[in-house]
Design a binder for this molecule. Structure first.
Ligand code: DAK
Length: 262
C-alpha cells in the first residue's frame, strides 16, 4: 500500500509513523486509520523492529483530532463505525509487543490525545498542547478518551478536561501525569530517538514481559497481578537474554542481548 496520509519509515531498529496531513494539522480521517493499520501489519511482520515512535509532520501539530470536515457528514451509524475503527486501531497499538513512544510535537487534541494515550508513554515539546475539545463540538471523545484519560490522570481531572474542552500545556500535562517528559521543541526528536534506541538495546522477551505485566496487571487485583509477574519472570529466565544480562554483570562487561524469543 502506498501512503498519502502518513509517512512510514524504519530507521535501524526503530519504526516511525508520521501523521502527514499538515495542512489540516494532521487531523484523522478513515485514510489515516487505514494507513496506520497497514503500517502496524508491517511492523508486526518484521521481527527486526524493536520500538515504534509516532509523531506529526510539520511544526504545529501531532494530531489536532478527528477530521471535523469528515465527521460533520457522518450519520449516527457511520459515526459508530468510525469510532469502532479508531478503537480497534488503538487497541492494536496498545497491544503491540514492542514499546511505543508518542513524540508530541505540537497540538494533540481530541483524537490526538487519544492516540498518544494508547502509546506506552508520551514525550512532548514545550509548545505541545493537549485536550479533549469534543464537548465544544457537541460530542464526546470517540477514540477511548473518556476511558484512557481517567485511568491515566484520575477521574476528576479527566472530567475537567472532557467537560470543559480546555487545552493544557505540555508542562501541565506533565504535572497531571499524562506526559512523561517535556523537551525544548528542537531537542524533542533527538531525545525521543535516544530513549527509543535505549529500549531497542534491551532484551526482547523482558521488554515484552514488562509491558504486558504493567498493562494487564493494571486492571486486576494486586495478588493476581503479582502472580502474572512471577510467570512473566519465569518466561524471561527461559530466554537466553536473561543469562546474558546476569553473566555480563558478573563478568563486568556490557550485555549483548540477542533479542531472540527462544
Ligand atoms: N479537523 C479538520 N481540520 C482541522 C482540524 C480538525 N480537527 N484542526 C485544524 N484543522 C484545519 C483548520 O480548519 C485549518 O484549515 P484551513 O482553514 O487552513 O483550510 C488548518 O487546519 C489550520 O488550523 P487553524 O487555522 O485553525 O490553526 P490555528 O493555529 O489557528 O488553531 C487549533 C489551531 C488546533 C487550536 C484549531 O485548528 C482547532 O481548534 N482545531 C480543532 C481542534 C478540535 O476540535 N479537534 C477535534 C476534536 S474532536 C467519534 C470519533 C472520534 C471523535 C469523536 C467521536 N465518533 C465517531 C463517535 C473524536 C473527535 C475529535 O477528535
Amino acid at each position: 500500500m502506498s501512503y498519502e496520509n502518513i509517512i512510514f519509515e524504519i530507521e535501524g531498529d526503530v519504526a516511525v509513523i508520521r501523521f502527514n496531513r499538515p495542512k489540516a494539522l494532521n487531523a484523522i480521517n478513515p485514510g489515516v486509520l487505514e494507513e496506520v493499520g497497514d503500517a502496524l501489519d508491517k511492523i508486526e511482520a518484521d521481527s527486526g523492529v524493536r520500538v515504534l515512535v509516532l509523531t506529526g509532520e510539520g511544526e504545529k501539530a501531532f494530531v489536532a483530532g478527528a477530521d471535523i470536515a469528515y465527521m460533520v457528514k457522518l450519520s449516527p451509524l457511520e459515526g459508530r463505525e468510525f469510532s469502532r475503527g479508531g478503537h480497534e486501531l488503538l487497541f492494536r497499538l496498545e497491544n503491540l509487543p514492542i514499546p511505543v513512544i508518542a513524540c508530541v510535537n505540537g497540538f494533540a487534541l481530541g483524537g490526538g490525545t487519544e492516540i498518544a494515550m494508547a502509546c506506552d508513554f508520551i514525550y512532548a515539546s514545550e509548545n505541545a498542547k493537549f485536550g479533549q475539545p469534543e464537548i465544544n463540538l457537541g460530542v464526546i471523545p470517540g477514540f477511548g478518551g473518556t476511558q484512557r484519560l481517567s485511568r491515566l490522570v484520575g477521574k476528576a481531572m479527566a472530567k475537567e478536561l472532557c467537560m470543559t474542552g480546555m487545552m493544557i500545556s505540555a508542562q501541565e500535562a506533565k504535572e497531571i501525569g499524562l506526559v512523561n517528559r517535556v523537551f525544548p521543541h528542537d531537542k524533542l526528536w533527538e531525545e525521543t530517538l535516544k530513549t527509543a534506541n535505549l529500549m531497542a538495546g534491551k532484551g526482547k522477551v523482558s521488554l515484552r514481559a514488562a509491558k504486558r505485566c504493567i498493562d494487564r496487571g493494571f486492571d486486576v487485583d494486586l495478588t493476581s497481578g503479582c502472580y502474572m509477574e512471577a510467570d512473566a519472570f519465569a518466561l524471561c529466565k527461559a530466554s537466553p537474554d536473561a543469562n546474558e544480562g546476569m553473566s555480563a554483570f558478573l563478568e563486568k562487561r556490557k550485555p549483548e542481548f540477542k533479542g531472540e524469543l527462544t
